[in-house]
Design a protein. Structure first.
Length: 117
């Protein structure tokens, strides 16, 4: 059974940085970050495969966000967010996919990120 726990959210000023963490138990092929702002649908942010070689990003965060993972003892996937904008405000979720086509099966509870202008 895969369990995902996000942490690292908070309040930051526009232009600032924040690092989110997703602690994952169990095996997965890929882990992704998604976000959902109030009144909007959930959207993809970034994803990384099991060995960290393959990463993908939404156009809206390319060049500002970096996804990485640490598989040493337990799997932790990080989302380093820089040059934050008010429109990055959302609840951020990490999700796990056991499939190479990145269909996500397990989800964390989310962490709130608020960017003030």
């Amino acid at each position: 059974q895969v369990q995902l726990v996000e942490s690292g959210g908070g309040l930051v000023q526009a232009g600032g940085s924040l690092r989110l963490s997703c602690a994952a138990s169990g095996s997965s092929y890929a882990i992704g970050w998604f976000r959902q702002a109030p009144g909007k649908e959930r959207e993809f942010v970034a994803a990384i495969n099991w060995n960290g070689v393959d990463t993908t990003y939404a156009d809206s965060v390319k060049g500002r966000f970096t996804i990485s993972r640490d598989n040493d003892r337990n799997t932790v996937v990080y989302l380093q967010m820089s040059s934050l904008k008010p429109e990055d405000t959302a609840v951020y979720y990490c999700a796990s996919s056991p499939y190479s086509d990145y269909r996500y099966k397990h989800w964390g509870q989310g962490t709130q990120v608020t960017v003030s202008s």
